[in-house]
Write a protein that binds this ligand. Structure first.
Ligand code: MG
Length: 343
């Protein structure tokens, strides 16, 4: 197999703000894995909080000698080799994993969701994210989104969270999930907030507290009338066990966990512990989002809107139709390149 890769800047349709930062564009690295005339596509997206950069991803990918593997079906050997090249580098590893799954699907002429034994008609609705903005902008964004999506994810973790929810509720009664992005570290306030949010039609709260504060999260979970999900507190499969009893569910993202292979393991571990699952994404093209979407029929919630936020998506893949994730029958991760990428 031959691995090639190049950086790619994703331009955002709107400035995106959460409790810790704000941005207009975001870097990515696009990956191709070729074998016997077939190309698998992959992608690395690097959110700041995970510490990967274009440089670190390129450096990791240059170390990966994929030419030693002549049979792409040997996924256990191949992905174990990639994982042991260096610690961390989860997005870089995910890029190879996604490209490998795309390649295998194309070789077998079968969509990845079928390789995992999943029925695409069971793909869930996706939430659409409303970033932190002024009350006016929030109202406008909610107005635009609430026709198309049947569940909205509202970013909180500010000192005016109630006003944000109130301005959303002035526009729509659609179900909400909220993501505090580690912003609620006062337990009593967080408990009050969860009770109030239940009254406001919120289905679940994601990452209320700093990722390491598992005791506080467990106490909040005890007292909260709505489910508590971990996002920043869970990265890979090995993190799930210590969250047993701490949260009701986990948000799994390919870029955090090294790709589809590990995401599938995580879905099954979480289920075996009685936890709910969500599949999320970073700001990324239809390549990585469609890869995650292949696994979506297996999860309780999907938050796969990263590709909808970018203006220069080079791929066509999974679509959201009537709020629901709609997978096509193309082989692999289901994408075609519609625009030549500029390095
Ligand atoms: Mg989150």
């Amino acid at each position: 197999m031959k691995l090639t890769f190049s950086p790619y800047t994703l331009e955002l349709k709107h400035t995106f703000t959460i409790s810790t930062y704000s941005r207009d564009s975001t870097p990515g690295v696009q990956v191709r894995l070729r074998h016997e005339g077939i190309t698998g596509y992959g992608e690395a997206a690097m959110p700041q909080y995970l510490g990967e950069t274009v440089e670190s991803v390129m450096s990791f990918l240059s170390k990966a000698d994929m030419s030693q593997f002549n049979d792409p079906m040997m996924t256990e050997d191949i992905l174990s080799y990639v994982d042991h090249l260096a610690p961390g580098n989860c997005a870089a590893k995910a890029a190879i994993d996604i490209a490998l799954h795309d390649l295998i699907g194309k070789m077998m002429d079968i969509p990845c969701h079928r390789l995992f034994g999943l029925d695409k008609s069971k793909a869930p609705e996706t939430s659409y994210t409303i970033g932190i903005a002024s009350p006016q902008e929030t109202t406008q964004k909610v107005k635009e989104a609430s026709d198309k999506y049947h569940i909205l994810k509202v970013k909180l973790g500010t000192d005016h969270d109630r006003q944000i929810i109130e301005s959303v509720r002035r526009e729509t009664d659609t179900p909400l999930i909220v993501d505090a992005n580690q912003g609620w570290n006062d337990l009593d306030k967080a408990i009050d907030m969860c009770h109030w949010l239940k009254e406001m039609g919120v289905r679940l709260v994601e990452q209320p507290m700093t990722c390491s504060k598992l005791d506080l999260m467990a106490q909040l979970r005890e007292a909260s009338p709505i489910p508590i999900f971990a996002d920043e507190s869970v990265q890979r499969a090995s993190d799930i066990w210590r969250l047993d009893g701490v949260v009701d569910g986990i948000n799994i993202k390919l870029m955090k966990c090294t790709g589809m292979h590990e995401a599938w393991n995580m879905i099954n571990i979480a289920r075996s512990l009685g936890m709910m699952t969500m599949l999320g994404c970073m700001t990324e093209t239809s390549c990585a989002v469609s890869a995650a979407a292949q696994l979506s029929p297996a999860v309780d919630f999907a938050d796969l809107d990263g590709n909808l936020l970018i203006a220069n998506d080079p791929f066509d893949g999974m679509h959201v139709v009537g709020g629901r994730i709609t997978l096509n029958d193309r082989p692999g991760i289901g994408v075609i390149e519609i625009k030549q990428m500029q390095a």
